[in-house]
Structure formats: C-alpha cells, structure tokens
Design a protein around this ligand. Structure first.
Ligand SMILES: [Ca+2]
Length: 129
C-alpha cells in the first residue's frame, strides 16, 4: 500500500522527507522565465504496469544533443542512450536489472545553441519492482 502511494504521487510532490519526486536543474541564470530545466525522476518501477516503467528525463526545452548514462553501484554501465525520448526500461544486457539505486549522468546541449546551453548533471535513481 505504501508503494502504491509513492507511485501515484511520483510526479506530484515529495511524499516523505528525503523522498523527492523530481530533480530540477536550472541551466540558465540570466532569466528565470527563459530557463531551460531538466526534470529527472528519482524513482521508477519497470514492472510492466505502465506506471513509471521507464526512467526518462524530460525538459521544457528541446535538445540539440543529449546523452544519458546509467551506472550500477559498482560502476557498471547498464544503460546508455543519445535519444532523450527513449528512456531506460530497467533492463541491462537484456536481463531485468535488480532493484537498487543507480547513478546517472546526463550531458546535454539545448536549442538554440549558445554559451549557456551546454551542461552536465548527475544524480541517483532508485529502481523498484
Ligand atoms: Ca511500473
């Protein structure tokens, strides 16, 4: 039951202290209104129920380039994509990855390309089944 509420509220608000739904990265300090942001879930559940089955960042801006890498706690690369629309389905080498905390690194360039549009961010995501 507790799990249900976590998933239902995933993109709404933090439910518990220390359990935040999204990570926000402001990449343009000139104007808050024009800031491009990347929203990254900190939990996903690739169990085939169509709710949060993919670990997929989203943004209010378009990407000129994008790359996301996801690593296991032992530093093994479990996912790598240059397609921001794709998302990780929780599998590694064709096998379901274990429920655990994974580290991700995203390198990006927003459109239009200027001196502020390129950056890199990283964080953790928890895979639950
Ligand atoms: Ca799910």
């Amino acid at each position: 039951m507790k799990l249900f509420f976590i998933l239902a509220g995933l993109f709404v608000a933090p439910l518990y202290e220390g359990f935040h739904a999204v990570k926000t990265c402001e990449t343009n300090n000139i104007s808050t209104e024009d800031a491009c942001e990347i929203y990254v879930p900190n939990v996903f559940s690739p169990n085939g129920d169509a709710l949060n089955d993919y670990f997929k960042p989203s943004s209010n801006c378009s990407f000129e380039s994008f790359e996301m890498k996801v690593f296991s706690r032992w530093g093994q690369l479990v996912y790598n994509s240059r397609n921001a629309e794709e998302g990780w389905n929780g599998e590694s080498a064709g096998e379901p990855a274990p429920a655990a905390v994974y580290t991700w690194v995203i390198s990006y360039t927003f459109q239009p390309v200027d001196s502020l549009s390129t950056g890199k961010m990283s964080g953790d995501v928890t895979l639950i089944r």
